[in-house]
Design a protein around this ligand. Structure first.
Ligand code: FAD
Length: 195
């Protein structure tokens, strides 16, 4: 699975400033931003669990080659926005025309055997629609998506999903959300990562 942060460092920086400004508005102290960096105020906000100010920072990620099993779990988080590759528009093309080796499927022969059957089934039924075909989809089917979420929602997700009790693929995804963030902003998320 690949995770890329689409939010640029410049956008990140502007949102970080706004979040610190929002925090200081609460006590009519915005002039303090002239002498201290926004990060210093936001570190204090995290320590004080004043998490609402973190909602002013919203990140957008591109995620490729995630299993539909993991997508199903990801979609349970209600404060994230997702745009997911549509099976209605891509399934037959991906299965019959474009199918190539894929890291989600890996070297598992049972999965390839199932896909061989599935591909053969789809090829023999040219009139079948993608909406009918999707009921045969295995949960290991790889998908691509864009995710947007604010830092508060990401912290919630990372806390739950880096826990060893979570699905291993989701643990990997949650850690990659943190790794994809430029070092100077990692303080916003890294304390949520399970050791
Ligand atoms: C290890 C693990 C095992 C799991 N096993 C199962 C399982 O067997 N079956 C299953 O169905 N799910 C399972 N889940 C999913 C889990 O139940 C949640 O759906 C998922 O983790 C999303 O978390 P959430 O609902 O706390 O928060 P989110 O949807 O991410 O929302 C964040 C927070 O906002 C608040 N919030 C959101 N919506 C509401 C609301 N309507 N009312 C009040 N407060 C709200 C809550 O404080 C919530 O924690 C599992 C999750 C994990 C991590």
């Amino acid at each position: 699975m690949e995770v890329k942060l689409l939010t640029t460092p410049e956008q990140f920086s502007a949102m970080e400033y706004n979040a610190a400004y929002a925090m200081l508005i609460c006590h009519a102290n915005t002039d303090k931003l002239q002498s201290e960096k926004p990060a210093e105020f936001l570190k204090r906000a995290i320590k004080a669990e004043h998490f609402s100010v973190l909602e002013h920072i919203t990140l957008t990620y591109e995620v490729n080659n995630l299993s539909r099993a993991c997508l199903q779990e990801l979609a349970r988080h209600r404060h994230i926005s997702l745009s997911v590759e549509s099976t209605r528009h891509t399934l037959k093309k991906k299965l019959v025309d474009d199918f190539i080796e894929n890291e989600v499927i890996g070297n598992d022969m049972d999965k390839w055997e199932y896909l061989g059957w599935f591909r053969n089934f789809a090829s023999k039924r040219p009139d079948i629609t993608n909406d009918e075909l999707k009921y045969y989809l295995p949960e290991f089917w790889p998908t691509n998506l864009i995710l947007t979420a604010n830092i508060r929602a990401l912290r919630e997700l990372i806390t739950k999903r880096t826990n060893p009790a979570a699905l291993e693929e989701f643990q990997d995804l949650a850690r990659k959300f943190v790794e994809a963030v430029p070092d100077e902003f990692k303080y916003l998320l890294e304390d949520c990562v399970h050791e």
